[in-house]
Design a protein around this ligand. Structure first.
Ligand code: KIV
Ligand code: ZN
Length: 529
């Protein structure tokens, strides 16, 4: 037995661009991969597995592009244990300052017999012959016995020792099929780390088929693993990989238990999660740990009261520590007077107990009919002015003309005419990335509102011949969000009508808030003091 090297640094090996990207719905083109790679660089991950260079020309180019433009982390490519793959990986990572080849071969009975048709001895021979080839083409080599968890323990150790003797300095133990449990992982890593030389870093790579990828990875750390392979938002083959944000925040929040550190800048976690979601067009589930919209949101009255008094009553982490703006008190049917008063005061209103008593029944009625009570709703409660979904706002659409001319390469534009309640009419023509985008710019220009589209959801509702489109648009004005809804027969009409509804709300609410601006400024300076 050798004394094992179990320092307190846990390396974060990010496989979002490789294992994550292999999953259906998450494939990324080179530009998208570069955007995510920049977010990983900002996170300060130790290693970026940028792809599987031999898999396709596109993957080769993506690995090479990441190797050329991302400084800081080691850049890695996956390769099967054969000459052709190792050569592609080595060429793709060539431009990187620090290069790693991650090579693997299946070792479990099922992989040996059904997939590779190789005997135990043949696999050992391949490891001994080809790992040195990988070592001659990269700064360091990581070796994975694929399906390690279902490999016989004595044989697994023999394969690991052969790879180490051949030059691999990181041995990754994959739970390829997400089959293991935390107790088993701790035990296996204790066994392997205590049976191999001290300079070797043991790594863990877990899949989430039974929902235990994060728990298993943390258990491996307790057994001596000092590298976690993980992916942003937990993406990866089938149910996914260990989620980077969950593993990192668990190690940080429970340092008392694990006693180890990563070098991740946790304040960049949220940005990385959003970047991935944008590139892959996959939303982050609302209840996702660490990065979901609900992760730091509170709607229940008892929780809101507690958090307003001291956030530690219901939070173990700061929203700011993962880069979210702040914890959010969501006003809904479970909210109480404390939360309503706090929000009204934040908006600059004089929200004394009498006023809150007066408006609270209306607040509850409103909360019962919608999912979330917005800032615009609070303005209406406090002032009596405002709009319900924008239907009673000052602006009405009179004409919409949208144009996209692909042949003439004219930039898409929209020409919108709107009428104000005071009788004035205005027509504005704007260009945009697309015609809907241009229409939104025109609506904002007419209403004198500086807005940005946060989301636009369109849903077809077909009933026989009768087709309707339901549109819901959320726009942001001065850091506040306004949502408008519309139902029309045409997609473009529905989208524009929903924008108008949202912009109507913004126009009314922002005007009412402007009147409260001096009081709001006073409240802000008090809270700073
Ligand atoms: O899950 C797995 O076994 C892998 C290997 C290539 C490490 O992704
Ligand atoms: Zn995997």
């Amino acid at each position: 037995m050798t004394e094992t090297n179990v320092g307190d640094h846990v390396a974060i090996f990010d496989t979002t661009l490789r294992d994550g990207e292999q999953a259906p719905g998450f494939s990324m083109a080179v530009e998208g991969k570069l955007a995510v790679a920049r977010a990983l660089q900002a996170l300060n991950v130790d290693i970026v597995e940028a792809g599987f260079a031999a898999a396709s020309e596109g993957d080769f180019n993506a690995v090479q592009a990441v190797a050329r433009s991302i400084a800081g982390p080691t850049i890695c490519s996956l390769a099967r244990l054969n000459e052709k793959d190792l050569d592609a990986a080595a060429r793709a990572i060539e431009p990187a300052a620090r290069k790693r080849i991650h090579t693997f071969i299946g070792t479990s009975p099922t992989h040996r017999d059904a997939k590779l048709k190789l005997s135990k001895e043949e696999i050992l021979e391949r490891v001994a012959r080809l790992v040195p080839v990988a070592c001659s083409r990269a700064d360091d080599v990581e070796f994975s016995p694929e399906d390690a968890i279902r490999t016989e323990r004595d044989y697994l150790l023999e394969v690991c020792r052969t790879a180490i003797d051949a030059g691999a300095t990181t041995i990754n133990i994959p739970d390829t099929v997400g089959y293991s449990t935390p107790e088993e992982m701790t035990d296996l890593f204790r066994f392997l780390t205590s049976s191999c030389p001290a300079h070797v870093v043991f790594s863990v790579h877990c899949h989430d088929d039974l929902g235990m990828a994060v728990a298993n990875s943390l258990a491996a750390v307790r057994g001596g693993a000092r590298q976690i392979e993980c992916a942003v938002n937990g993406i990866g083959e089938r149910a996914g990989n260990c989620s980077l944000e969950e593993a990192v925040m668990a190690l940080r929040t429970r340092k008392d238990l694990f006693g180890v550190e990563t070098q991740i800048d946790t304040t960049k976690i949220y940005a990385a999660s959003i970047a991935l979601s944008r590139v892959t067009h996959q939303p982050i589930p609302r209840n996702k740990a660490i990065v979901g919209k609900n992760a730091f949101a509170h709607e229940a009255g008892i929780h809101q009261h507690g958090v307003l008094a001291d956030r530690r009553t219901y939070e173990i982490m700061d929203a700011e520590s993962v880069g979210m703006p702040s914890n959010s008190i969501v006003l809904g049917k479970h909210s109480g007077k404390h939360a309503l008063a706090a929000r009204a005061r934040a908006l600059g209103f004089n929200a004394g107990p009498e006023k809150i008593e007066e408006v609270f029944p209306e607040f509850k009625r409103l909360a019962d009919t919608c999912r979330e009570v917005t800032d615009a709703d609070v303005v209406k409660l406090m002032t009596g002015r405002g709009s319900d979904d924008g239907r009673s706002g000052p602006w009405r659409t009179r004409r919409i003309e949208l144009r996209t001319d692909i042949e003439d390469e004219v930039r898409p534009y929209a020409r919108v005419t709107m009428k104000h309640d005071d009788g004035t009419r205005e027509t504005v023509q704007c260009e945009g990335g697309g015609p809907i985008d241009a229409a939104f710019a025109a609506v904002c220009a007419i209403a004198g509102v500086a807005g940005r589209i946060v989301s636009l959801d369109l849903r077809h509702d077909a009933d026989g011949e009768d087709t309707r489109v339901d549109a819901e648009a959320t726009v942001e004005v001065a850091s506040r969000q306004y949502t408008g809804k519309a139902r029309e027969t045409d997609v473009a009409d529905a989208a524009v009508a929903a924008f108008v509804a949202a912009v109507n709300q913004a126009a009314v609410s922002e005007a009412a808030l402007d009147e409260n601006a001096p009081r709001r400024a006073a409240a802000d300076s008090e809270s700073v003091a």
